[in-house]
Ligand binder design. Structure first.
Ligand code: NAD
Length: 524
């Protein structure tokens, strides 16, 4: 065992005590036992309750019973819970940063990105939920006669399934708008990172959320996931495209709505007028944050020929200079992969590319001296179909660099994928970059930033096109999806039918004249 591993083992024993696990799992249904592990040691971190079919049904029943009271609270009082949660999270961030690092193996700076994202979502929905959810007046079928209001009701109990890579943001962060909209939530986080989700639930309870409004069930994804879909009134799923399709099929069979945040094969484009130093630093963030295990990270870098040699030199230099390691402290740039399965995929993609003639410009090796699943940040060139790294999502620290001649070519190549999650453009010419952005088929485009500018702009929608998903988080879409709209039309004075002695023909003629008048008067 290396020094880093024995330090991580000592940290785990100090931080993940039996008392903590008891506190975090209080009220969590589970007759079975399961465990989560730390990628920093490869050893178990904690034993956790595993939900059986009956436990999942019971968790939904409790959530359903608690939801009605929660929904009756004025939205401002529900929003106040989010604002208190925001403050508690920032105050107690070190507790969760330790857990995130122990459970995922990422560097502390990357764990902090989760705290930032969740705080932003808590602030935004804490402040704006009353406006998003308030009843809205609409023009009626006929002015004066028809008074129309649109109400937004909670859906009921939302089933929330999330992966291991951003365990705070993708569990609690994404549940906040569902909760403030008056829903209860039953979450199924990935078991390997469940402590973080459990900690966030406890913090929400400390912030004033009634305990049963947010339930957690743990267990094997293919077993517990479908049970969550079976009981939910709406499903939010974040994870792979393959599982997302299954979830969508199950939700479709039950005629419940689903939003799906799925995979990506994201492109970063460096134009010949870019500031190359900033672009190289941005490419490092885009490709290697959380060791590349980030749905919006870049796995394809396109650089314009005129500046390609110089950009690649700087990108490689910065990548080689990254400080590897994941002690529970700031000061490293690149942590571990999260599991043996992740490491195996990365090794397979790199070996396959090299066997097919690709060249390794940086990295390309596992680093067992740092921890069982460390792998160096890796830059490849000469990647082409049918290499695995060319089209499939690696979901790791592996990026292929390609050269292009002009804007038309790079737009076509960046769009040549079934995915459509995020892209990044680096340019000194704002108009050129914005023109290009509008032609990229991705749900978010960052200009002169990697991913955080769009993701952190929580007032605007974020999500994927094509195989990258369905629906959006953040902004109005990110909260209204958790509601059922209801239109209440109150007809006054005259009915929508022949009246006042008019026969059918007279009524039809009156309606025809009225419709013409409404258009002439520019009614919308
Ligand atoms: P995954 O699909 O294997 O698992 C995601 C979650 O679904 C886990 O909780 C898992 O236990 C559960 N699950 C597994 N099988 C299930 C089933 N049959 N029914 C219901 N739930 C099931 O994904 P993963 O490997 O854990 O996560 C990595 C993937 O997630 C990558 O493809 C990544 O791009 C994607 N991702 C997307 C976003 C986004 O916002 N678009 C964010 C993070 C990760």
């Amino acid at each position: 065992m290396t020094t880093a591993q024995s330090d991580a083992r000592a940290d785990a024993a100090r931080l993940v005590t039996g008392e903590l696990v008891d506190l975090l799992t209080r009220g969590v249904a589970g007759s079975g036992r399961t465990a989560c592990h730390s990628p920093l040691t490869g050893e178990p971190l904690a034993e956790l309750p595993e939900a059986t079919e009956e436990d999942v049904a019971a968790a939904f029943a409790r959530a359903r019973a608690a939801q009605a009271d929660w929904a009756r609270r004025p939205v401002r009082r529900r929003a106040a819970v989010l604002l208190r949660f925001h403050d508690l999270l920032l105050r107690r961030q070190d507790e969760v940063l330790d857990l995130i690092q122990l459970e995922t193996g990422k560097a502390r700076l990357h764990a902090h990105e989760e705290v930032q994202a969740v705080a932003m979502a808590a602030r935004h929905y804490g402040r704006r939920a009353p406006a998003y959810l308030r009843p809205r007046r609409h023009a009626g079928a006929f002015p004066v006669l028809t008074h129309v209001t649109e109400l937004r009701h909670p859906r009921g109990v939302v089933g929330h399934i999330s992966p291991w890579n951003y365990p705070l943001e993708l569990s609690a962060g994404d549940a906040l708008p569902a909760l403030v909209a008056g829903n209860a939530v039953v979450m199924k986080p990935d078991t390997e990172t469940a402590l973080t989700a459990l900690w966030a639930r406890r913090l929400l309870i400390d912030a004033g959320l009634p305990e049963d409004v947010l339930g957690i069930v743990l267990g094997e994804g293919p077993v517990v996931g479908p049970l969550v879909v079976r009981h939910a009134d709406y499903v939010t799923f974040t994870g792979s495209t393959r599982t997302g399709r299954e979830v969508a099929e199950r939700a479709g069979a039950r005629l419940i709505g689903a939003s799906l945040e799925l995979g990506g094969k994201n492109a970063l484009v460096v134009l010949d007028d870019a500031d190359l130093d900033k672009a190289a630093a941005g490419a490092v963030r885009a490709c290697f944050s959380s060791a590349g295990q980030l749905c919006i990270s870049a796995e394809r870098v396109f650089v314009q020929e005129r500046v390609a040699d110089e950009f690649v030199r700087r990108f490689v230099e910065r990548t080689r200079a990254l400080r590897l390691g994941a002690p529970l402290a700031y000061g490293t740039d690149f942590g571990s992969l999260s599991s043996r399965a992740q490491l195996d995929t990365v090794v397979r993609h790199v070996e396959d590319a090299v066997a097919g003639g690709a060249e390794v410009l940086a990295g390309g090796r596992p680093r067992p001296d740092l921890g069982p699943y460390f792998y160096e940040p890796t830059i490849l060139t000469g990647v082409r179909p049918p290499m695995l790294a060319c089209e499939a999502e690696t979901f790791g620290p592996v990026v292929a660099v390609y050269r292009f001649a002009d804007d038309e070519e790079v737009i076509a190549r960046a769009n040549d994928t079934t995915f459509g999650l995020n892209s990044s453009i680096w340019s000194g010419n704002a108009r050129r970059a914005r023109r290009m952005a509008a032609r990229l088929r991705t749900g978010t485009v960052n200009i002169n930033e990697a991913y955080a500018a769009a993701y952190g702009s929580v007032q605007a929608p974020m999500g994927g096109m094509g195989d990258s998903g369905l629906g959006r988080r953040h902004g109005a879409e990110g909260i209204l999806k958790y509601t059922e709209p209801q239109t209440v039309a109150h007809q006054r004075l005259l009915p929508m039918a022949p009246s006042l002695g008019l026969d059918d023909r007279g009524y039809a003629a009156l309606m025809t004249r009225s419709l013409k008048a409404l258009k002439t008067l520019r009614f919308r």
